[in-house]
Design a binder for this molecule. Sequence first.
Ligand SMILES: C[C@@H]1N[C@@H](c2nc3ccccc3[nH]2)[C@H](O)[C@@H]1O
Length: 449
Amino acid sequence: SITLQHGAHRIGNRTDAGMARWRSLRLGQFIHWGLYAIPGGEWKGKTYNGAAEWIRSWKEMPQAEYDNLYKQFNPVNYQPEQWALQAKNMGAKYMIITTKHHDGFCLWPSKYSRYTVASSPWKKDIIGPMVDAYNKNGIDVYLYFSIIDWNHPDWRASPKTPADSIAYGRFKVFVKNQLQELLTKYPTIKGFWFDGTWDDSWKNDGAFSDELEQYLQKIHPGLIIGSRLRADEKGARHFDSNGRLMGDYEQGWERKLPEKIADIHGNDWEGVMTIPENQWGYNARWAGHIKSANELIEMLVKSTSLAGNFVINFGPKSDGTFRTEEVQRMQEIGQWMKVNGAAIYNGGYAGFEKQDWGYYIRKNGTDSVFMVVCNVPVSGDLRVKLPQQTTLTHAATLENPAQAITPEVTGKNEYFLRLETKNFHTPVVILLQTSRNTGNDNGRFEKAK
Ligand SMILES: C[C@@H]1N[C@@H](c2nc3ccccc3[nH]2)[C@H](O)[C@@H]1O
């Protein structure tokens, strides 16, 4: 390995209580809300084919007109208590809110910028009431913060001249001030979700990203910050030039998930997912494939089975309400979580041989392993192959009333489970009680006591 001043400062996952809590939450709600919700992917009768929150970069959008949208920001139907209740009913245990996206508009009245809600017809702080409402409903809050700031005169994607470097130096002070301000105003937040860190200016200044992260941890110990903030002194991002993860979890899984346990290299990780193919901010026209609740539930289950968190994104409208499809997804996911949440919260990698019918999730630190069945085989037989010295002592569905299952046992520590009902509308969860090093002959299924 090479000597690095600004690479990873820790090998392996964090072991403190704050990170253990993050690891137990598993399901999060991402919210992208800002001026981009006003055009909602359309402008003067034309449709923008990119992601709605990027419309400012569209050639058909005059930047000055976009930048003046703050004069229209007035979410008269914004009700943070309703937002928080809706998220609680979905089963989300944490929420990530865009305090400032790439366009630079701040949803809090920052004293370091005039480009904030304070200058809008709404005038009031959006973030504070949201943090309070979500915390009151037992949901942890993380603040999304974009380093890219298209509105700030000192932002540079790639400084070219000495004057650029001086301006960018001022910008870095501005970033540090805004982050310190967010921590002071909203002390209950659990971490930052950084974005917009791919440009040369940031990538080639690993020292600053390292110093910034240490500064934030110093003023607010225990903050949880993903790998997207950091670059090392050689411009490596997420993983330093020795291949070691920087930050507290791998934050690169955006609109994609790992396939198998080897893909996560033992690191904590989080996947963030849009319901349409690629829209984070509100887009009036949802085109392409819109993920169903079952698809999102399966992604949540897959993430949990691979020891990661899964965050579903929502893009409220400019008036502060949610579109019907998003309300429906939250309700349907919430109904499934009410019955099966025990398989998700505190869930992790089981270490069993993956089967086609779905995913195994181990309740952390126990011999309780959940089978989440997403694909019922035409045979109706669900094969369970257990590691050596592990036997199955009991099996039953999670639903009410629980349906006990007597597995068929084969000699090779292999079991076949059959489900009575055939017509499923959502993934079915079966709880397996296992025991290890029992010493009895392999595979003997002991009748439920
Ligand atoms: C979490 C997501 N990250 C932002 C983003 N911008 C990108 C530009 C290029 C490639 C990927 C991107 N992700 C999206 O706008 C959203 O905020």
